[in-house]
Write a protein of this length. Structure first.
Length: 565
């Protein structure tokens, strides 16, 4: 597995690590971790964090853990754990024997909490969650002390033990840190460390009825695992003083937290809470819907791990939040698939073509190139016969200006085949729709070249009707119409920016016969159409369904040449 890529420049994260290495701060160690919460599926934003954590560790000869911060059993499921592990592996990274869970440390975390109580740094509070918010104050007004803040150490120890024993209902009491209710950083105003939750845990079952909060658990888990560089996104910057306080009060190993800007992508939402809304409302067909920015959705759509890694390494890390143009991600997908995807012939909206002067019953095997970017992929044989399918858009009875494809009396080239000329067409008597073309071919132009050197203005893709395989194709577009889906009028939410045409399902499409044994998840380039992936879920019982991964046009690459990043 490829766990790192060359860094194009030294960013601020690596600058910090370089300094730590030069001063032997951690004995020459670099130990990172990827700490997902198992309350949803990973998305493209998590891929940036995965590539950074595993990539940095590999660059410096270090190691990286995967650790699930599973401290909220009401929102966590084994399904999420399994999907996250699958996604990390799919991206090309491995944690070896370093798979951990915060729940592995529940006993130790409880003892740390007891230690804080004994040191007078934590107390049991009877305020409700709403009351705690009120007592906390605002950005401009200090908070006020809880009336339970001055309980004795003995009373706090007894109450905390009773909390663990399950003697109180949910929400009746919490354990809070005793810090400073007047702190300008609201996070430091006696934050909650433990809460009562009578909810079974997906790993520990009913063993616990109190659970540590994320802020208490996260920094201590890093400390327990000996993490040297705790890489977090910018929203955790305000929490760093709390993490420092916890570690300092307990006098335990102190990792260095470094915050970087999370990935924000245009025409996309990357909030697990909002993605869950789309799933639960049935707006998308599950977490792995190919329109979703989840790694499972992107994988099902045909995105490759190499392309996603290349994208993540290209955008790098910074301390400033910004929105990355989704066209840049699409550029890396095209670039990668252009190198690896076999070329095939597929017709999405078929129009029947009869070659009237081609010998009836004759079938030729024409040689087609599998990938012009990779000679080692070789060639294949595609059958050619007197009846073909071409795209409906490739013929016009009355052409618009600058139309170069097939019209009555015009000669065009068939890819890998012959020159043909339309001599007649048949219309449906009721609808007036053109349903069949009659053409002639020039037998001297086999392979697409004329002996006399004459040129044509267009080359069309096609499939032999007698040999074609009928399939379903699903054409996906961006899920949202707005560059920033959260930018909405008052009273509306991000769902008001949904694209009503984010999917178009086409039945009765035809592809060449070589795709009869196409394996689930395999991606191909349908010549002139785009890249298409065999849907691993919908393709069952002999039915083939192709998801369009992406179109062929790459406008971002043209822009990048004029304005290089």
């Amino acid at each position: 597995m490829n766990q790192s890529e060359p860094s194009s420049s030294t960013d601020f994260v690596r600058t910090i690590i370089n300094e730590d290495m030069s001063t032997d701060k951690y004995g020459g160690r670099v130990h990172t971790r990827f700490p997902p919460e198992p309350n949803g599926y990973l998305h493209i934003g998590h891929a940036k964090s995965i590539c950074l954590n595993f990539g940095v560790a590999a660059e410096y000869g270090g190691i990286s853990n995967v650790r699930f911060d599973d401290t909220n059993p009401s929102k966590e499921e084994t399904e999420y754990v399994e999907s996250i592990l699958e996604d990390v592996h799919w991206l090309g990274f491995d944690w070896d024997d370093r798979l951990f869970y915060a729940s592995d440390y529940f006993d130790q975390l409880y003892e740390y909490a007891v230690q804080l109580i004994k040191n007078g740094k934590a107390y049991v509070c009877d305020l409700s969650s709403a009351e705690i918010r009120t007592y906390r104050g605002t950005l401009t007004e200090p908070g006020k002390n809880s009336p339970y803040r001055d309980r004795s150490v003995e009373e706090n120890l007894d109450l905390f033990e009773s909390m663990r024993a399950g003697e109180f209902p949910d929400g009746l009491r919490t354990l809070r840190a005793r810090i400073d209710m007047a702190s300008p950083n609201i996070t430091m105003r006696d934050p909650v460390l433990y809460r009562i939750m009578n909810v079974p845990h997906h790993r520990t079952g009913d063993e616990w009825v109190i659970y540590p909060t994320y802020d208490f658990t996260h920094c201590l888990s890093d400390s327990i695992e000996g993490i040297t560089h705790s890489l977090c996104t910018l929203e955790f910057e305000n929490n760093r003083p709390l993490y420092d306080w916890v570690l300092d009060q307990l006098q335990v190993f102190h990792p260095q937290q470094i915050e970087f800007a999370r990935l924000n992508l245009s025409y996309t939402v990357l909030s697990k809470r909002k993605l869950l809304q789309l799933v639960e409302a049935g707006i998308v067909d599950g977490w792995d819907d190919p329109r979703m920015p989840t790694l499972s959705g992107l994988r099902r759509r045909g995105y490759t791990p190499q392309a996603i890694r290349d994208f993540c390494y290209h955008i790098g890390v910074s301390k400033t939040n910004s929105i990355i143009d989704i066209a840049l991600l699409e550029h890396f997908i095209r670039k990668d698939l252009n190198q690896r995807a076999p070329r095939v012939l597929g017709v999405l909206r078929p129009l029947r073509v009869v070659i009237t002067n081609y010998p009836e019953g004759q079938v030729e095997e024409l040689e087609a190139i599998n990938n012009p970017e990779d000679e080692t992929m070789g060639t294949r044989k595609v059958p050619f016969s007197s009846v073909l399918y071409i795209e409906q858009d490739d013929f016009r009875e009355v052409p618009p200006p600058k139309y170069r494809r097939l019209i009555p009396g015009r000669e065009v080239r068939l890819r890998y085949g012959y020159f043909i000329t339309c001599v007649d067409f048949i219309k449906d008597e009721k609808t007036g729709e053109i349903v069949e073309l009659h053409c002639t071919y020039d037998p001297e132009t086999r392979g697409g070249n004329a002996p006399d050197g004459r040129k044509v203005k267009a080359t069309l893709h096609w499939v032999s009707a007698a040999h074609a395989i009928e399939v379903e194709t699903r054409l996906y577009d961006r899920l949202f119409l707005a560059n920033n889906p959260d930018d909405v009028e008052e009273g509306l939410d991000f769902k008001s920016n949904l694209n009503p045409n984010s999917i178009e399902i086409l039945k009765g499409c035809f592809v060449e016969q070589s795709l009869a044994e196409a394996s689930p998840g395999r991606t191909y380039q349908f010549e002139r159409q785009g890249y298409f992936c065999v849907d691993p879920i919908a393709s069952q019982n002999g039915k083939l369904v192709f998801n369009r991964t992406i179109s062929l046009r790459d406008s971002w690459a043209k822009i990048a040449k004029k304005n290089p990043i």
